[in-house]
Design a protein around this ligand. Structure first.
Ligand code: SAH
Ligand code: MG
Length: 217
């Protein structure tokens, strides 16, 4: 029974529903639980994707038959685990993180998940690290989840380094509800959205904070 609110995405989810679908569709094994709990355990910001969003990332990798992937913003490696599990055994995820403490926690979680061969954590500012990854491409997917004012730049890099048909995915595309505000980060995020049509066929999936999914022309 659809009504305009279900389309508007402003009403139906609540904490109980979210907990139910996370449990049914995206239950954690030990490695995912460890990575998901790591930010709180290590006094890091708990800003990882949700279990259902993480599961969606892994499914997208499988839909796209992704083998070579770049993530911008590793944190404790929770989304990296989901992405890496969506890759074939010889697949590779290059994940970029500028905080060495976050990178160390992530590497331990990746090792505990048995994914050391599939995931490389590169420490540095994304603007510096991304150009160093060019030679490992072209990539099948790029996932943006770091500083939001950098999205236009990261999307431009992705447009150059994704294969035709490759996926650009970007979290927090509603900018925590501030997308339409009159301030620089919101303007950058709107610029990111508006820039996509030049190189991508795109949508913004109405997850809690908006998830852009785009296919490279
Ligand atoms: N994708 C992760 C969450 C990432 S949180 C998950 O869902 O599990 C964002 C991360 O990006 C933080 O760890 C932060 O330190 C990192 N970050 C922020 N700005 C960055 C930049 N300019 N370059 C590289 N990493 C950055
Ligand atoms: Mg995010």
């Amino acid at each position: 029974m659809a009504d305009s609110d279900s389309r508007a995405g402003l009403r139906y989810a609540d904490a109980e529903i979210t907990a139910f679908v996370d449990r049914v569709h995206a239950a954690h094994d030990a490695a995912l639980a460890r990575a998901f709990d790591a930010p709180q355990a290590h006094a890091m910001p708990a800003i990882q994707v949700s279990p259902s969003e993480g599961k969606f990332l892994g499914l997208l990798m499988r839909i796209a038959c992704a083998r070579r992937v770049v993530e911008v913003g590793t944190l404790a490696g929770y989304s990296a685990l989901h992405i890496a599990r969506g890759l074939p055994p010889d697949g590779k995820l290059y994940s970029v993180e500028f905080d060495p403490r976050h990178a160390a926690v992530a590497r331990a979680n990746i090792e505990a998940a048995g994914l050391t061969a599939q995931v490389e954590v590169h420490v540095g500012e994304a603007v510096d690290v991304l150009p160093r990854l060019n030679g490992f491409g072209p990539f099948d997917a790029v996932f943006l989840d770091a500083d939001k004012q950098g999205y236009p730049l990261y999307a431009a890099w992705a447009a150059k380094n994704l294969r035709q048909g490759g996926l650009l995915i970007a979290d927090n595309s509603y900018l925590f509800g501030t997308l339409m505000h009159d301030e620089p980060t919101a303007r950058a995020m709107r610029e990111f959205h508006e820039s996509l049509s030049a190189n991508f066929d795109s949508t913004c999936v109405p997850t809690p904070d908006g998830l852009v999914v785009a296919i490279r022309h």
